[in-house]
Design a protein around this ligand. Structure first.
Ligand code: NAD
Length: 480
């Protein structure tokens, strides 16, 4: 497979003809060779997006027509679901079942924003000045730079692409350089759906080159970034060149609070789902378990028993429950954190190494791992590992649980498990996080906004707010 970039309605290789090999993390086979763009390629894509926006044809296309095109993209994604899911599993190692679920979610994201495209007719407000009218309208921002990570390659892109298109912007997407396959495929679907030339552009390549150009370039009006906290800080600084709008979806160190009165089996199931889903490579992974002291031993015993049964393997095998980590570098990072945990005195109760099965030796696998005896001061409790590593702390009171849960620089998501709904709602109110789940972990959908408090970022994706992020607000005052 050889894949190119999509700039101004044309499939193009990079100007300097460089390429990059894309690796399957399950067996390290080369699955594709893709164009490796440079700053010059990114500049060309930005020029195309700028010119197209300034010509105004897309932003003035009736919103209902834009909505129809966005809806068509959602339909094409459903038609191509199997192929897209196959590419996502090849590229990330996640199970094919997860990839199929991602494609369903992604098509729903396009349907949701397609529906919102023509719903905002502006608002008339009462002017305090006699003989005047005031109306508030929303308009597209302009050229959007969009940078996405490798853990949910197409899903994270869809959260940005769909609202940007529906609201009349032009855009340049830069997916993670290690997982570009589904983004390339979806741009083919954009063409089929009738997205006009120059509206949506795709550049491939390294963050420090192509991504940095998007963040710095003064012809870009908004930069929307999903990725790690340090990259987010760099992008925020770079964006100051022209005071472009910034939206940051960064990491998390998400607490999962289990009270003694929770439904035990549901809480065990969800504590495992929270941290080990997609090998823990999820921004909202429930990687910090806070369990009420009275049930700690029993709860950990159940977790350890179940963790040992998690079947690692090829994402294409139906029996596989968890795939490999994304890369050798990322596994080395996870291994480094396990070393840190051990040095800090946390007790390793399961995992803590690579699996021994011969058939897993070519993949970047790491065993699901649990540490008990953890405290808030430990780095393993404070820093995002982004892998299958759970830390367990205990608490005695609701107040202590909330205090420990909030004791982090992050504020992306958290969960609380209890049968006492008043208590659950009280905890939900006190958690400083963008999403709180009660008696569940991980549900998200196009209708509900997603984003972080504190250093998990700012701005929201999905929901009505996620649409509004791609608009400017204008007050039109008329002296009658
Ligand atoms: P990363 O920050 O290394 O890379 C993300 C993207 O930024 C990639 O496309 C990369 O090429 C690009 N990039 C790197 N350096 C850049 C620079 N100097 N300028 C511009 N772009 C640059 O993150 P990652 O390892 O791909 O993803 C993992 C991180 O993403 C985790 O921290 C995770 O929590 C976070 N994440 C957050 C959410 C969310 O919704 N909050 C969702 C998914 C992932």
């Amino acid at each position: 497979m050889r894949l190119n970039m999509f700039i101004n309605g044309e499939w193009v290789s990079s100007i300097n003809k460089e390429t990059r090999e894309i690796i399957n993390p399950f067996n390290q086979e080369v699955i594709a060779t893709v164009a490796e763009g440079s700053r010059e390629d990114a500049k060309q894509a930005i020029v195309a997006a700028r010119k197209t926006f300034d010509e105004g044809t897309w932003s003035t296309t009736p919103a209902s027509e834009r909505g129809e095109i966005v809806r068509k993209i959602g339909e094409l994604i459903l038609q191509e679901k199997e192929e897209l899911a196959r590419l996502e599993t090849l590229d990330t190692g996640k199970t094919i079942e997860e990839s199929r679920a991602d494609m369903d979610d992604i098509s729903n994201v396009f349907f949701y924003f397609a529906g919102l495209a023509d719903k905002d007719g502006g608002e008339l407000i009462e002017s305090p000045i006699p003989h005047s009218t005031s109306k508030i309208v929303r308009e597209p921002i302009g050229v959007c730079g969009q940078i996405t990570p490798w853990n949910y390659p197409l899903l994270q892109a869809a959260w940005k692409l769909a609202p940007a298109l529906a609201s009349g912007n032009t855009l340049v997407l830069k997916p993670s350089e290690i997982t570009p396959l589904t983004s390339v495929k979806v741009f083919e679907l954009f063409e089929q759906a009738g997205v006009p030339k120059g509206v949506a552009n795709l550049v491939l390549g390294a963050g420090a080159e192509v991504g940095a150009e998007l963040a710095e370039n003064t012809d870009v009006d908004l930069i929307s970034f999903t990725g790690g906290i340090e990259t987010g800080k760099t992008i925020m600084q770079a964006a100051s060149t022209n005071v472009k709008k910034v939206a940051l979806e960064l990491g998390g160190k998400n607490p999962n609070i289990v009270f003694a009165d929770a439904d035990f089996d549901v809480a065990v199931d969800q504590a495992l789902n929270a941290v080990f889903f997609h090998a823990g490579q999820v921004c909202s992974a429930g990687s910090r378990l806070l369990v009420e002291e009275s049930i700690h031993d029993q709860f950990v015993e159940a977790l350890v028993k179940r963790t040992k049964q998690i079947k690692l393997g090829n994402g294409f095998d139906d029996s596989t429950q968890s795939g490999p980590l994304i890369s050798a570098e990322h596994r080395a990072k996870v291994e480094g954190y396990v070393e840190v945990g051990l040095k800090e005195g946390a007790q390793l109760v399961v995992g803590g190494g690579r699996p021994e099965q011969a058939e897993l030796q070519n993949g970047f696998f790491y065993l699901p791992t649990i540490f008990t005896g953890c405290t808030s001061e430990m780095r393993i409790v404070q820093e995002e590992v982004f892998g299958p590593v759970l830390t367990v702390e205990t608490f005695k009171t609701k107040e202590e649980a909330v205090k420990k849960a909030n004791d982090t620089i992050y504020g992306l998501a958290g969960a609380v498990f209890t049968k006492d709904i008043d208590k659950a709602e009280d905890v939900a109110r006190q958690l400083r996080m963008g999403t709180v789940w009660i008696n569940d972990f991980h549900p998200y959908f196009a209708q509900a906004p997603w984003g972080g408090y504190k250093q998990s970022g700012f701005g929201r994706e999905l929901g009505k707010i996620g649409f509004e992020e791609y608009t400017e607000v204008k007050h039109v005052y008329r002296n009658t």
